[in-house]
Design a protein around this ligand. Structure first.
Ligand SMILES: [Zn+2]
Length: 382
C-alpha cells in the first residue's frame, strides 16, 4: 500500500467506527469529525444542522474564478444485524465492515482527492466536499443542502465499481389505505374486510411486476409493508399497504403513479364497495439520464478514460436532488452495490486507491472547464 492508500484505509476505518445506522442516523459526531479534518487540510468547513443529532459537513476550497464542482456522498449507513459488521477489518486486499463501500470508503477517497487538489491546486474553480445525512431514508440532508445552493456539477460517491454512471432508476413510494366496515368475525358478510381488499391489490401488484419484467422495462413493483387488523375476532375496517415502485431511467413519476391508479380502478370496477386513499410514502426519486453527447458527460468520460458510461444505477442516490436544481450529476465510486447493504460489506482496497485518481481527474476536468452555460445545462437535463 502507498502511504496515501494507507491514509484512505485508515480514514475509512475512522469513519466506519461512527455508528451512523439510519434510522436514527446520528450523523452529527461524524460530520463534526470530518469538518475538523477538512479544516486541518485548509478547507473552510461547516457543520450544517439538518435536524436534532443530524448534520451535513460542507467543506469548501476556492482555487480561483470559475465553476463550482461538488464531491457529494453520505454519512449514514444502513443498519447491521451482526456486531462484527461494525468492526472494520482489512483482510485479503479488502476492507470489510458497514460503510466500506456505501459510502465511507468513497468519502475517504473523496477526502484524499481534495488533499491532492489542495497540494497541487488548479488555478480555476471552487471545490466543495459535501457529506450529507440521511441518504438511506428520507434524503433530508441532501434536501437541506440543495435548498438555496448552486453548483456547476456534482460527483456522487456511491459504489459503481469505479465506472462513471450517468443515469439512474427512480423511486415512487405510495401508501394505500383501504377502508372497510368492521363486524364480528362470526358474521363477516355483514362487514367489509379491508385486509381482503388489500390482498386483491397485492396480488394485482404481483401481476403488474410480472408485466413490467415481460415488457423488458427496467422497472419493478413490490408491496413491502402491510399493516391491518386489530383483533382476532373482528373483521378489520382498515389495512395499509406500502408499495415501492422503481422506475426505469426513461419513465416518469406521474406515469408510474397513473399505472398504480389504474390497478386500483380496475379492482373498483370488480368491487364497487372498494374504498381507499393513496398518499405519498417515503422519498420520491425522479429517474434521470444524462445524454452521453453532452459536454458534461463527454468531459467526465474522457477524464476517467471510459468509452461509455456504466449501466444505470439501480438503487437510490442523492443525484436526483441536484438534477432537480439543474446541477448535472455523475455517480462514481469504488465497490459494488451487491456488497453495499450486505452483512459482509466490503470494498477492494485497490478500487479505493483507484477512486482517488478518478475523483481527482474528474474534478480537474470540470474545474478547468468554463462553467456550462445555462442553455447547455438545460440540454443536459432534458
Ligand atoms: Zn449509498
Amino acid at each position: 500500500m502507498t502511504p496515501e492508500t494507507t491514509v484512505v484505509v485508515d480514514e475509512s476505518i475512522d469513519m466506519m467506527r461512527f455508528r451512523t445506522a439510519n434510522p436514527p442516523g446520528d450523523e452529527l459526531a461524524l460530520a463534526t469529525w470530518l469538518a475538523e479534518r477538512a479544516s486541518a487540510m485548509g478547507m473552510s468547513a461547516v457543520v450544517q444542522d439538518v435536524s436534532p443529532g443530524r448534520a451535513n459537513c460542507i467543506a469548501t476550497v476556492t482555487f480561483g474564478p470559475g465553476p463550482t464542482i461538488v464531491f457529494c456522498t453520505h454519512l449514514d449507513v444502513v443498519p447491521a444485524m451482526l456486531e462484527e459488521t461494525w468492526t472494520p477489518q482489512v483482510r485479503d486486499g479488502r476492507l470489510y465492515g458497514r460503510g466500506a463501500c456505501d459510502a465511507k470508503g468513497p468519502l475517504a477517497a473523496m477526502l484524499a482527492a481534495c488533499r491532492r487538489l489542495i497540494a497541487n491546486p488548479p488555478t480555476t474553480g471552487t471545490l466543495i466536499l459535501a457529506a450529507v445525512a440521511d441518504e438511506e431514508t428520507d434524503a433530508t440532508g441532501a434536501l437541506r443542502l440543495v435548498h438555496d445552493f448552486d453548483a456547476d456539477a456534482v460527483i456522487i460517491g456511491e459504489p459503481t465499481s469505479n465506472q462513471p454512471v450517468l443515469s439512474s432508476r427512480g423511486a415512487l413510494r405510495l401508501a394505500v389505505d383501504f377502508t372497510g366496515l368492521a363486524s364480528h368475525s362470526s358474521t363477516p358478510h355483514r362487514g367489509r374486510n379491508a385486509i381482503h381488499a388489500a390482498a386483491k391489490f397485492i396480488v394485482e401488484g404481483e401481476r403488474y411486476h410480472a408485466r413490467l419484467l415481460e415488457d423488458g422495462r427496467w422497472a419493478s413493483h413490490a408491496a413491502t409493508v402491510v399493516e391491518g387488523g386489530t383483533k382476532l375476532n373482528m373483521v378489520p375496517d382498515r389495512c395499509r399497504v406500502l408499495v415501492d415502485r422503481r422506475l426505469a431511467p426513461d419513465e416518469s413519476l406521474d406515469a408510474a403513479e397513473a399505472e398504480i391508479t389504474q390497478i386500483l380502478d380496475k379492482l373498483k370496477a370488480e368491487d364497487p364497495d372498494l374504498s381507499w386513499a393513496v398518499s405519498k410514502a417515503g422519498v420520491w426519486l425522479e429517474p434521470f439520464t444524462t445524454p452521453t453527447s453532452s459536454r458534461f458527460a463527454s468531459r467526465v468520460l474522457h477524464a476517467v478514460g471510459a468509452a461509455v458510461p456504466g449501466p444505470p444505477f439501480p438503487g437510490g442516490t442523492d443525484a436526483p436532488h441536484f438534477i432537480s436544481r439543474g446541477i448535472p450529476a455523475v455517480i462514481l465510486g469504488p465497490g459494488d452495490l451487491e456488497q453495499a447493504h450486505a452483512d459482509d460489506e466490503w470494498v477492494e482496497i485497490d478500487q479505493l486507491a483507484a477512486a482517488v485518481d478518478l475523483y481527482e481527474r474528474c474534478a480537474l476536468a470540470l474545474l478547468g472547464s468554463t462553467a456550462e452555460s445555462s442553455r447547455e445545462r438545460d440540454e443536459i437535463l432534458t
